[in-house]
Design a protein around this ligand. Structure first.
Ligand code: DC
Length: 226
C-alpha cells in the first residue's frame, strides 16, 4: 500500500553538503532523518572487520541482509558498538562506494530504508532516494558543488580530526567515487526528474535549507484546496 507519509529526498555526490541540508530540513520540520550512506558505510565496515573482500558480491549481500545495526540519536551501533566516528573515515567511505555497486547489497538495504518512512515525515539523503527508494516523494532535491570545493571541504574536516591528507589526493578520490557512483548499472547517482537543483559551491548551508523549506511550503500550498 502506498504510504501517505511525506518524504523529501536529498541526493547528491560526496561532500556536496546534502547531509547538512537534510539534517537542517528535518530539524526545521520535526521530521525523521535517514542518512542512507551510513547504511552502505555500515555494510562496508562490517565487511572490512570480517575480512570479506569488497568485490565478493554474494558474501557482501549476506552481510547487508544480516546487518546488526541500530541508529540511536547521534550513535550508530554495529553489533552494539558505537561506530559513528569510524564510519566517517575515508577508507570506509571508499569501501562503501565499492560495495554499493552490487544489486544484492542494494536489494538487502531497500526495505530497511523504506522503514524509516514514519509520521510526521522523513527527509532521506543519499544517491538514489528520489530515483529508486522513494520515487513517490512529493519533493526531490539534488545537491551539487564543484569537485574542487568538495575536496576543500573534506580536507578541512579531516584536518580538524587530525588526519593529514593532501587536497590533490582527496580530489582524485572524490572524482573516482563520483565516477563509480554515477556510472554503476544499478541505481546510479542522477537527479530525479523534476528535482530541485541546488549548487552549494558558493552558497551557505542555511540558504540551501531555506530554499528547500520554501519549496516544501510551495508544494504543500499548491496541493491543499484554497
Ligand atoms: O553519502 P555517503 O558518502 O555517506 O555514501 C557513501 C557511499 O555509499 C557512496 O559513495 C555510495 C553509497 N551510497 C549509495 O550507493 N546509495 C545511497 N543511497 C547512499 C550511499
Amino acid at each position: 500500500m502506498a504510504s501517505t507519509v511525506p518524504v523529501i529526498t536529498v541526493d547528491g555526490p560526496a561532500a556536496s553538503g546534502k547531509g547538512t541540508i537534510a539534517a537542517g530540513v528535518a530539524a526545521a520540520l520535526g521530521w525523521h532523518l535517514l542518512d542512507s550512506g551510513a547504511l552502505y558505510r555500515l555494510v562496508a565496515l562490517a565487511a572490512l572487520e570480517r575480512g570479506v573482500a569488497v568485490d565478493a558480491a554474494p558474501a557482501l549481500a549476506a552481510v547487508a541482509a544480516t546487518l546488526d545495526a541500530e541508529f540511536a540519536g547521534d550513535a550508530i551501533l554495529l553489533g552494539g558498538r558505537d561506530v559513528a566516528a569510524r564510519l566517517r573515515d575515508p577508507d570506509v567511505g571508499a569501501a562503501a562506494s565499492r560495495v554499493a555497486v552490487f544489486p544484492g547489497v542494494r536489494q538487502a538495504l531497500f526495505e530497511r530504508q523504506r522503514e524509516f518512512r514514519r509520521a510526521p515525515g522523513l527527509v532521506a539523503d543519499g544517491r538514489d532516494m528520489g530515483t529508486v527508494v522513494f520515487p513517490d516523494a512529493p519533493l526531490k532535491v539534488f545537491v551539487t558543488a564543484s569537485a574542487e570545493e568538495r575536496a576543500a571541504r573534506r580536507h578541512k574536516q579531516l584536518i580538524a580530526k587530525g588526519i593529514s591528507v593532501t587536497i590533490d589526493s582527496l580530489l582524485r578520490e572524490l572524482r573516482e567515487r563520483d565516477e563509480r557512483d554515477a556510472n554503476r548499472a544499478e541505481a546510479p547517482l542522477r537527479p530525479a526528474p523534476g528535482a530541485l537543483l541546488i549548487d552549494t559551491t558558493a552558497q551557505a548551508a542555511g540558504q540551501s535549507i531555506a530554499e528547500v523549506l520554501a519549496a516544501w511550503r510551495g508544494a504543500t500550498a499548491t496541493r491543499s484546496p484554497s
